[in-house]
Design a protein around this ligand. Structure first.
Ligand code: KIV
Length: 270
């Protein structure tokens, strides 16, 4: 029997055990109870209430407008439909400028939204915040590579870590986040070689999005993998609806493709 058919809740240590067994972790975003239930039915391991909700649900051009109240509301909706997956929720833009503010907002996501882990963007500059949250018993997922909350500094959504120096910085950031106590790491839009290097260098599971097949798991924005994205489809996205025909089959096809290593293929990598 495959592990994803076991009807027991996924935990942070459970994800670490999957990494050590070499089992790929399947992650997707969700923003409401109906989709949370469908993801659970497909055996998704990690359901992320991303601040991408500001873009795909609310129609904003960036994630910067997403508020903590909106994140709490949508996390609570997702929690009602979720039974098995680990429920991770994003701390939105400027809700974690200090350890204390981060803890207050993370506590809302956990207490009111029923999240089991919070995600925040950034490397060494966020290590103290991660350490503080973990010290309060709050599991933290880091997010490195392309940081959508820094879009006004970046200027455009570009592949990160392409030269040796920025690749080395990202690798160091991953180690620093691990040392600060992060239990999971998302890496977005980096060369596949770097995604693999970081995944081998750290003990915590690394979930890639546009970071190659060498990561310990994969995540996509739900609307993208269902072919509902607006504008040009990013290279790292595969539309699983094209072949599946209906949503539950597309979700199952995605979970299977991540587990058997056929997604991402070369054509989805940088
Ligand atoms: O907000 C989000 O959906 C995310 C994913 C892109 C990982 O952070």
């Amino acid at each position: 029997m495959s592990s994803y058919m076991v009807n027991s809740a996924v935990t942070v240590p459970g994800l670490a055990a999957m990494k050590s067994r070499g089992e790929k972790i399947v992650a997707l975003t969700a923003y409401d109870a109906t989709f949370a239930q469908l993801l659970d039915g497909a055996g998704v391991d990690v359901t992320l209430v991303g601040d991408s909700l500001g873009m795909v649900v609310q129609g904003h051009a960036t994630t910067l407008s997403t508020t903590i109240d909106e994140m709490v509301y949508h996390t609570r909706c997702v929690a009602r439909g979720n039974k098995r997956a680990l429920l991770v929720a994003d701390l939105p833009f400027m809700t974690y400028p200090t350890p204390e503010r981060a803890a207050e907002n993370a506590a809302r996501l956990i207490r009111e939204g029923h999240a089991q882990m919070v995600k925040l963007e950034g490397g060494r500059s966020k290590a103290d915040i991660v350490r503080f949250l973990v010290g309060q018993g709050i599991p933290v997922c880091g997010h490195l590579g392309l940081l959508p909350q820094s879009i006004n500094q970046l200027g455009t959504y570009l592949v990160q870590g392409k030269d040796d120096r920025s690749g080395q910085t990202l690798l160091e950031d991953a180690l620093l986040l691990q040392e600060a106590g992060a239990g999971l790491l998302v890496i977005e839009c980096v060369p596949a070689t770097l995604g693999e290097e970081v995944s081998s260098a750290v003990d915590i599971p690394v979930i890639g999005i546009g970071a190659g097949a060498g990561c310990d798991g994969q995540v996509l924005v739900l609307h993208d993998m269902l072919g509902l994205g607006v504008g040009k489809r990013p290279r790292f996205v595969k539309d699983f609806m094209e072949e599946a025909g209906d949503i539950p089959s597309a979700l199952l096809a995605y979970a299977q493709a991540v587990r058997n290593g056929s997604f991402p293929a070369q054509e989805h990598c940088f």
